[in-house]
Unconditional design. Sequence first.
Lengths: 111, 109
Amino acid sequence: SQTIHQWPATLVQPVGSPLSLECTVEGTSNPNLYWYRQAAGRGLQLLFYSVGIGQISSEVPQNLSASRPQDRQFILSSKKLLLSDSGFYLCAWTLRSYGYTFGSGTRLTVV
Amino acid sequence: KNEVEQSPQNLTAQEGEFITINCSYSVGISALHWLQQHPGGGIVSLFMLSSGKKKHGRLIATINIQEKHSSLHITASHPRDSAVYICAVYGNTGNQFYFGTGTSLTVIP
């Protein structure tokens, strides 16, 4: 069966510290992978998506970056966190429009 | 203007009531999803639609492709249905989902 793992579940980081959130998918090959952020009281905002290894598209310019070192691994990073980076981050995968599945999310609080 | 508009934004209902959440979109799509987000943040996919109607338990989802509109219905609502319901469409011109801002549903016992 297809599953998606995202960690950590919660994270409290000081301003200026680095960030690394990881997402891995099992049970499928060559999925489209996505990072979304949900700020308090707002809808889901697409940050990055990837259609293959090393292929990253950025939707929102900011101090975050994403990488896809392996087919089923998607990493969200920052060199220096800002207070405005606080939010709920979700990883998701699809095979085009099918099998759309979200990870359990990471609640990031930047203090 | 958002590609996906949902209404209402907030909804409070008494247990047992019939509930409807609406979604309108402005882009060409290959599929529409209804998602449920619980207070802890986790999201589950309820339905994926490209035409017609689907039913799962007390949940019914319909889509009208010509009118670019979908509805999610909950029959005999229950407090455990309390959650945020999100409409998402998969555009047919790229690898991207567009999301509504969600409808926050509270069902009171």
